[in-house]
Design a protein around this ligand. Sequence first.
Ligand code: ASP
Length: 584
Amino acid sequence: MTTPRSTTSMRTHLCGDLRPEHIGQTVEVCGWVGRRREHGEHLAFVDLRDHSGVVQCVVDNDVDVRSEYVLRITGVVRERPEGTVNDQLPTGEVEIGECKVEILRKADPPPFPIDARADDVDENLRLQYRYLDIRRERMQENLRIRSTVNTAIRQSMVEQGFVEIETPMLVPSTPEGAREFLVPSRKEPGSFYALPQSPQLFKQLLMVAGVDRYFQIARCLRDEDLRADRQYEFMQLDLEMSFVSQDDVMAAVDESVLAAAEAVTGERPPSIERMTWHDAMNRFGIDKPDLRFGMELVELTEVFGATEFKAFAGAEAIKGIKVDGGAEEYGRNQLDKLTDRAKSLGAKGLVWLKATDDGFDSPVAKFLSDGEVAAVKAAMDVATGDLVLIVADEWMATCEVLGTLRNDLGRPPVHQGPYRYLWIVDFPLFVGVDPETGQPKPGHHPFTSPHPDDLDMIDSDPLSMRSLAYDLVLNGWELGSGSIRIHEPELQRRVFGWLGISEEEAERKFGFFLNPFDYGAPPHGGFAYGLDRLVAILAGEENIREVIAFPKTQSGADPMTNSPIEGDERIVAELGLRILPRVD
Ligand code: ASP
């Protein structure tokens, strides 16, 4: 990537910019001492580093400069002597000689080397000294990719007629399903604001307010367990549009995502393909399929339609995946582990078959008829030496277990392979039934519009009802989701009814949000996608922490600021709170 070029009153060039074309010029550069190596009796090599890169400077040996000292060096760019050119370094053909060194600030020895990629430096240490960690090339690059993505998205949204509007950080609770952070009110002890899980309610109200197209690069906060793709605080491109269909929203999102990808990679990805939720589950066993690799789930229910094998007989869905050439690679021990994994995911069991020239080698081979063996081989295009894994269960369980195994066994690392963007459409309106209340559980938030063609299915087959909700997926990561919203009070009342939310409860919880709709809500819909995730994938990072300047650790702590810290007693009391003893 290119870095902005900047001359200031203290420097004429950036360290990383010097090339043979500068030979003979007197230059001034500023930066940190990377490495220092003695060079003969009188001289030393100093690698001077700024955000753009490193340049070698030849200084007098008696100049006392050490790692991470901040220097300003004035000198003459010259060709490196024969045999000392470093072709790993963009500035490797030149060096700065005749150096006058000015120490701008001395530095303590850093707790870890700044020049290395630091993969082996303990992450807690990196986060404790994040300001040093960010000096490293990799973090500089990641943060710059992030800035490029932000700029491209903002530009794309403005070009598409969206208006950037900020929404509040102190909000009432919103019904999006995640646990919220609460902020106690000093003026009204005992009352709390929530920090926004997303600007959902406000962006919809902006549609009632006639804004037509809103966007915000919004900070969202969710008090959930942290993972590789999850932080308490994260950034989303949040948008909402009026008088639109699902296709209009998806087109606007496409434009911004593809513009961001192009800004980083230099290449505009092809238009984004679509898949229904049902197809995604059926073929990949997950609602965020990683299309960078095959290993699709193969339908075998009919193959075993008349089977005598008890574990398969009568199962609602039987499917298999194939690991090409996996028979030798997976020994008994690993297969036992895979079976345990399948069981821990909810499967009753896992059948493995190793393909031989004339059949399958497997503990269950004797229960399979010749016809079944041949049919499995044909359906899955099995060759000798392949490993086949089969699950027989309810449709959802079969899909989910095999989908997880497929990812476990086949998924390439984040930095590998092409970018495969994918829209998942036609999500189910409900995701099962709450066993305690008997009410269906919403798949998205309760303001999501049911699919208009499915409204009559509420009594006959509610779990097959679709919604107008859609997700954007990139290489197996869910980038974001959105929906067409309900804008008619009658339909909203019906949906609340289906979800077991009484009129009083709806009024109490969402009255402030829904009553404004009576003043004329336009049909509208929107979307939000996670910038941290998009940037991580574009930067080839497995963890979003690598693309966030100051993230929290897995346990939610910030080792640099030592937060969270105990509340000051006086302030806690002023907020009308009392802290109970910890129960660990
Ligand atoms: N607010 C939703 C989310 O953050 C996105 C949307 O429906 O627009 O996932």
